[in-house]
Write a protein that binds this ligand. Sequence first.
Ligand code: SAM
Ligand code: SF4
Length: 441
Amino acid sequence: MRRYHVTTFGCQMNAHDSERIKGMLEELGLGEAPALEDADLLVFNTCTIREKAESRLAAHMGLAKALKDADPERRLAVGGCFAEVQREHLFEQFPQVDFAFGPGSIAELGEWLRAERSGARGSFGIGEERRFSAELPARRERSFQAWVQISIGCNSVCSYCIVPTVRGKQMSRSAKEVVSEVERLAKEGVREITLLGQNVNSYGRDLPAAERKTFAELLRACDHVGGVERIRFTSPHPKDFRSDVIATMAECESVCEHAHLPAQSGSSRILKAMRRTYDRDRFLSLAAEMRERIPDLAITTDLIVGFPGESDEDFEQTLSLVEEAGFDGAYTFVYSPRYDTEAASLPGQVPEELKRERIERLIELVQKLAREKNRARIGSTEQVLVEGTSRTDETLLRGRTRRNTTVNFSGTAHAGDLVDVHIEDATSTTLRGAQVKPALA
Ligand code: SAM
Ligand code: SF4
């Protein structure tokens, strides 16, 4: 049997797509290889959100070339956002690549591979009409957790971001399709779903009036599906986070007490230049309203440092936003100029060294707050969905709380079980504890 290996870069959308790439390859009779070296077909599902993602890809391409040199029968494929953006230069930059495909064209992978047996080189589905990959066969990482795509593309115009160029305008899936996927997953034993979109709160606005549903209505419909115990979503945009969604989160039992709410900056001046369409005060009042109405809510965020024109004062405002909003965690990014984005040609690009200094200070503060937040959980009992064994100590189990914090704990449960864990210790990234009850059936 021929074997494949898929390497995934970037966001959850790519993780979702990679599960479909694997599903398609298995339908064609290929088996998964444990490592790159063991595979006949190497697939790289790429990201282009920051330059770092591209340099990581370049390093992997070097290794893939060496593997191809050792066995010229090996095939090398590049899919996803880098393939879409670099369509004209991809084969020049990486001549070892056999074929490339765009992020909306996973469905055509089977057809291409059947024809490609003759050894064709080239690309398909790049710059073409996009399709949802949701309905394709999937090979999911865990049987009890699933991503559910609710929209692709993005209608926002954040001046630093390449996503709208690569993934196009927002296209929502009909609520009927989303809910029937959730029902099917529940029947298959899935206990936790994560609804995926670039701006989940603007879900549905592009659908025909007769079938239009808001994100709050969609959340409620998913909550009604029996068997799914946890519903998460990512990412919402603060500009579209309305009271109906807050009420839905507060009222629907399966919707977890966690919101990943990307702030990007704490300076209203920079937020304006980023075209985020909210300011610092609006963000803080939204976070406060959410905390007031959703008991025990965890709020995490994305922050960018070194956006063009960011002064020391602007950066200090990002630090103070982190304290005022009381984030439970944050993904922190150094601003990376992207092809054809508005921000890439703005004056006042921040020197790399200053960006480095700023991100180090920001990470230090984020970690300090996260540690305090996590330590405040010591003594509490948390419901944990078990995901496997701990990454650092194989005598312990690992899972996540409803607030999305990783817990390493002693116990007898199995992956997919929901258990109660008594929290005894905490770091900035994880809780530690002991299982207190037998697994819930
Ligand atoms: N659509 C989501 C949103 O708006 O929150 C997420 C989009 S992106 C995949 C995830 C994060 O990458 C963004 O929230 C932003 O913080 C960061 N990002 C996007 N473009 C960037 C850039 N050019 N440089 C640095 N970070 C960037
Ligand atoms: Fe990019 Fe902004 Fe759209 Fe998020 S909302 S994908 S940051 S353009």
